[in-house]
Structure formats: C-alpha cells, structure tokens
Ligand binder design. Structure first.
Ligand code: HEM
Ligand code: SF4
Ligand code: SF4
Length: 392
C-alpha cells in the first residue's frame, strides 16, 4: 500500500486538531465542520429571499427613459434600491455577500470531501454534479454583476463578448445568445435577468442530482448555526457597504473596475491572457477537477489508496422483502423489486453494486441474515457495528 505523503499527514493532523478544538468550544452539534454541505445550501436560501426583494424594484433596461422626470433604467433602479428604499442597501449587501459566502463555503465543502477522501467510487456523481454546480454558481454570480449596469457591467459584458468572439465555430452563436442579438440593447439586460434567475432555479435541479444518491444528506444547519452565519453576514454588510459606481454609457470604454475575487477572477485572468489560452485554462481546470475521482489519479493526489469494493449480496432464499435494509442504506444502493411469481413475499431486496460502499449497515439492519458482505461473515459485521455503536 502506498505511504501517505508527509504534507498530507501534517495537514490532516492540523485540520483534525482544529476540528477537535471547535468541538470543545462549540460542541459537535454546532461545529460548522459538520455542516460544510448544508452551509452553501443555507446561503442559497438567503440569496433566493434577498433576490426576490431586489427583483421587486429592478428594471432590466439600459435606455434612458424618463418617468415623472426620473430617469428609469437598470442602473437607476439599483440606485433607487440602494439609496431610497428603506433597508434596500442592506438587502443588496446581504444578496452580494451571501453570494460570496456561498462560493467560499462551496470551496471549503469541496476541499473537505476531497481531504477526507469522500468523493470517489460510489460518490463520483456527488463530486461531478458538485463541479457543475460550482460552475453554475460562478456564472450566476457573474450575471448578477452585469445586471447593475454600471461601468463594471459594461466592461464585463465587452470582455465576455471578446472571449466568445475568439472561439471558433460556437463563438458567434454564444455571443448572439449572450447579448440577445447583434449588439448590446435593452434585450441584453432582460437576457441577463432571465439567465440570472432561470439558472438559479436550475441550481435546485442540480442539487437534486447532487443529493439523489444520499439517503440522509445533511442539508440544514441547526438554527443556532444559521443565526451565527446571518450575524456574521450582517457585520460584513455594515462594515463594507456596497456603493454605486458610475452608470454605463455605451459610447464610453471604462478601463478599470473593482474586482470581486469570489466571482470575477476569470475576468482578471482574461485581462492578462490571450482569449484562446484563457479558454484552454478554464476547460483544462474543469476537466482536471471533474476527473479527480478517476481511480488512477486519486492515490497520487490525496496520498491514499483505493480499496476494492465488494458489494453486499442478498441471499434471496432468506429475504422477506421487509425493506429494512433499503431504509438503512446511506447510499440508496438497495432497491426493492417485485418478487418472482409464486414467492410468499411481495418484494425482494437487490443491491446495486456500483452504488454500494460495503459499509455493512444493511447487514446489521437485516433480522433474517439475508444480506452478506462477501469478504466478512454476517456475525463479524454485526459485532463490528455493535462495537462502533458502543464507542459513539
Ligand atoms: C451549490 C453547491 C453545493 C451544495 C449546496 C452542496 C451540498 C451538499 C450537501 C448538503 C451534501 C451532504 C453532506 C452531508 O450529508 O454530510 C453534499 C455532499 C457532497 N458534496 Fe456537495 N454541495 C455543493 C457543491 C459541491 C461541490 C462543488 C463538490 C465538489 C466538487 C461537492 C462534492 C460533494 C461530495 C463528494 C459529497 C458526498 C460527501 C459524503 O458522502 O460525505 N459538492 N453536498
Ligand atoms: S432487511 Fe433482509 S429480509 Fe428485509 S428486505 Fe433487506 S435483505 Fe430482505
Ligand atoms: S453495504 Fe449495504 S448499506 Fe452499505 S452501501 Fe452497500 S448496500 Fe448500502
């Protein structure tokens, strides 16, 4: 077996001590380490709620239309929310910083599952869907910046068009889709709004895929952790209030803009790289992170070797179809199928080997000795589960 790398050992030790320390201070019930997946989900709900409030006042146009002597367009509507609506600036700040917090917690979540080696084999779908979710979240956040229609929005729009233009074959189509036509018009902003909101709802579908193979995913932190997160968010909102930039004018070309490193880092890369090199780097990073669960890559990176998985097996002659194993399996690896004609029972259990972690929980759940791990007799598994339960 390959020896774990020294850096892996040292970092694992440091992280473990940190986690243990938080357990002493906060108890394991409130330790955020144990809600690394639930925290981005929490921030997503905050984003939906605050986004709904902003949506009520947002006007997706770039025209200089006047109503009652007031200039009405995307920029002035955001200005109105920030400076005229009671608590508008707070809601805007919450929306902005909850987005940053979501990216931060997603990255910590991904690092945690990678570091604790919980991303390969039967978990590949969670990992892969996670990469897609991360890409979506980044893109949704970027479209949020386009919506403000300040000088930064204009530069980002032009940089995106420039990046799409460089792509052979698909470039023109992407550009037309992005600006919603041949040039930047009112339709461009309504497209941004559609993408921003539409993809946010699509995230929920992505999350369903992310969770579908987990029987009991922890998706909600305890209320105390939620309150603590909200309190931290409010401190940031008040310490770093969001200001209005300058309104975008299509005839001007602003040269610099303030960068939000959580969402806009690809633009920092694009500003210093040839667009083809930029796309190569972006696609390369995506492919690299997507294929991390592939076995031949894994032992080298995390310093741990994969153990082959021997899926549990059902002894059909003993199975009564009681479904207890199905209820206990953490990875949705057991399916109850109709029993063949003539059987005394209606259902029988079947194991889906590619989802099985050989954790043995189903063996402990079955009161009829009807499920086995090929490499460990039933009695040994039951004893092991009992001793683990006694320790916990
Ligand atoms: C929108 C962003 C995301 C949300 C809301 C989210 C949420 C969650 C939740 C709630 C769980 C269950 C955790 C548990 O029960 O302990 C989970 C598991 C998992 N997530 Fe994510 N996730 C996101 C993105 C990602 C990303 C970017 C990756 C990695 C590339 C990832 C990889 C995984 C893996 C491998 C698991 C299974 C871990 C295990 O079985 O212990 N997720 N996720
Ligand atoms: S718990 Fe045992 S008897 Fe019940 S369905 Fe599963 S394998 Fe069959
Ligand atoms: S050993 Fe049993 S409980 Fe564990 S993953 Fe496989 S089928 Fe599910």
């Amino acid at each position: 077996m390959a020896q774990p790398k020294v850096y892996t050992d040292t970092l694992t030790y440091v992280l473990q001590k940190f986690e243990d320390g938080l357990n002493v201070v906060l108890t394991s019930k409130y330790n955020p380490f144990y809600y690394h997946g639930a925290l981005p989900q929490f921030f997503l709900w905050v984003l939906f709620l605050s986004g709904l409030l902003l949506f009520a006042y947002y006007v997706p146009t770039i025209d200089n239309a006047y109503s009652s002597e007031r200039l009405i367009n995307a920029f002035t509507s955001v200005d109105y929310i920030t400076n005229q609506i009671p608590f508008g600036a707070v809601v805007r700040g919450v929306h902005r910083y909850a987005g940053d917090a979501m990216v931060l917690t997603i990255v910590l979540h991904a690092l945690r599952v990678w570091w604790t080696d919980r991303y390969r084999q039967y978990r590949w779908l969670q990992w892969f869907s996670g990469i897609v979710l991360l890409g979506l979240v980044l893109f949704i956040g970027q479209t949020g910046y386009y919506l403000v229609w300040d000088e930064r929005s204009l530069v980002l729009t032009r940089m995106t068009v420039y990046a799409f233009d460089a792509l052979p074959v698909i470039g023109p189509g992407l550009k037309a889709w992005f600006v919603n036509g041949e040039a930047i018009t009112n339709l461009t902003l309504s497209n941004y709004l559609f993408i921003h909101i539409g993809l946010s709802f699509f995230l929920l579908f992505g999350l369903w895929i992310h969770y579908v193979r987990m029987a009991r995913p922890v998706v909600t932190p305890p209320p105390v952790v939620n309150y603590a997160m909200m309190a931290i968010l409010m401190v940031v909102v008040f310490m770093f209030p969001i200001n209005m930039g300058q309104m975008a004018h299509l005839t001007q070309q602003p040269s610099t803009f303030e960068i939000d490193w959580f969402f806009l880092w690809p633009y920092a890369m694009l500003s210093s790289l040839d667009p083809i090199v930029f796309w190569t780097v972006m696609v390369g990073l995506t492919v690299f992170f997507s294929i991390l669960p592939v076995p031949f890559l894994t032992s080298g990176l995390s310093g741990q070797t994969l153990q082959p998985i021997d899926a549990a097996e059902v002894v059909l002659s003993k199975c009564t179809g009681c479904s207890l194993c199905d209820k206990d399996c953490p990875y949705e690896a057991i399916e109850m199928v109709p029993a063949p004609a003539g059987s005394r029972f209606k259902l029988l259990a079947t194991v889906l080997p590619y989802r099985c972690s050989s954790c043995g929980l189903c063996v402990g759940a079955c009161a009829f000795d009807a499920i086995d791990l090929p490499f460990m007799p039933d009695a040994e598994v039951t004893n092991k589960i009992k001793s683990l339960l006694a320790q916990s």
